[in-house]
Write a new protein. Sequence first.
Length: 244
Amino acid sequence: MSDLPNMDFSVLDVPDLGRLEPGKPSTHSPRILLLYGSLRERSYSRFLTLEAERLLRHFGAETRVFDPHGLPLPDATASDHPKVQELRELSLWSEGQVWCSPERHGAMSAVMKAQIDWIPLATGSVRPTQGRTLAVMQVCGGSQSFNAVNQLRVLGRWMRMVTIPNQSSVAKAFQEFDEAGRMKPSSYYDRVVDVMEELVKFTLLTRDRSDYLTDRYSERKDTAEKEAKRLAAAAMSHEIKAAE
């Protein structure tokens, strides 16, 4: 007798190292979506995001930066709003993402949270964020803090993303960018280089393996139970018709 009496062995999948080797590795550039959390004309989260994009392109990634201007508040309109559709399509296109928020009142900005809230955990059988890599960054108006990046990490886990270990928090951001919005040389800049380098590495590592890495016992069990019920209902319907 098994010592795992609660296990449904018909849907159990013992992890297999061989299945982590992709049959046909992707050859296209890593696809990275970048989101920033401020609508200000001189937005330091946007400046940092654009600096990150330059680095990602240097590392061989294909990038898209979403402009949050015009994005409605979550649930203020239907999900077929053009800006919502644009954001969701970019999320599906991406293999990795960068989320960069200013810290407002000790938390991420409403603009940042609204973007994430518009991306559903699942739409039918499609999961717009599951298995994608994620790098988190924040800009601070004062001394260095990690409140926003910590919250972004929680959201990344909730959205079933692979959040990389490294992160960036830029203190007194108004001192770290020149008039043209370019980041000045500093240890903060060096950390951004580290984070983007790491994001590309993790994206290359996981993008062809994400389906296997995110394949879950509980979901396979639920699918099998639903399929069994469907087949039973179909068989019952056939028997009723045959008896009539």
